[in-house]
Design a protein. Structure first.
Length: 169
């Protein structure tokens, strides 16, 4: 069993959601081609229009926001979870350092917000670009070729995978 996030323009998505399960299965198989074998849709699709939301800062006074409390990203490539895990790791590290040095939590929270700015901004921009690019009809052949190339040439895949997992430092 797999779940699929199918990014497309709203009109195409709504039309696809009205298809019967066998029709939707045919559409999905047509889009993926034979690469994954035969796919069968077993559950009614859910529409989830996504609007990115993000706080300007991750900290204010005694409060800190991480993960989905700090930003809501498009689910493409699972980057919301990865970003939230990196936020949690960095927050724990910065707070532990502040406790060891006797620094007030508020200053640690401000340091955390500054430290996460770059990775957070790049991850938000990348997920926005990836999601938007899947709605560009002229880019589809290039996307497919790029994804297949990354799948069969690990040296091309590894740097991107490392950035998606461990952040943009």
């Amino acid at each position: 069993r797999y779940s699929v996030v199918w990014c497309d323009r709203l009109a195409a998505t709504e039309q696809r959601a009205r298809l019967s399960l066998p029709e939707l299965s045919r559409e999905l198989n047509r889009a993926f081609g034979p690469m994954l074998g035969h796919l069968e849709v077993r559950d009614k699709p859910s529409l989830a229009p996504v609007a990115r939301r993000s706080r300007r800062s991750l900290a204010a006074g005694p409060e800190v926001w991480i993960g989905n409390a700090a930003q809501a990203l498009h689910p493409v490539a699972g980057q919301g979870l990865n970003l939230g895990l990196r936020d949690a790791f960095e927050l724990a590290d910065i707070v532990a350092d502040a406790v060891r040095r006797g620094v007030a939590p508020q200053f640690a929270f401000e340091r955390f917000a500054r430290a996460r700015r770059g990775d957070r901004s790049l991850t938000i921009a990348l997920t926005d670009l990836m999601a938007a690019s899947f709605t560009w009809p002229l880019a589809r052949p290039l996307q497919s070729a790029l994804l297949v190339t990354m799948d069969v040439v690990p040296p091309l895949r590894r740097p991107l995978a490392r950035r998606l997992m461990f952040g943009w430092r």
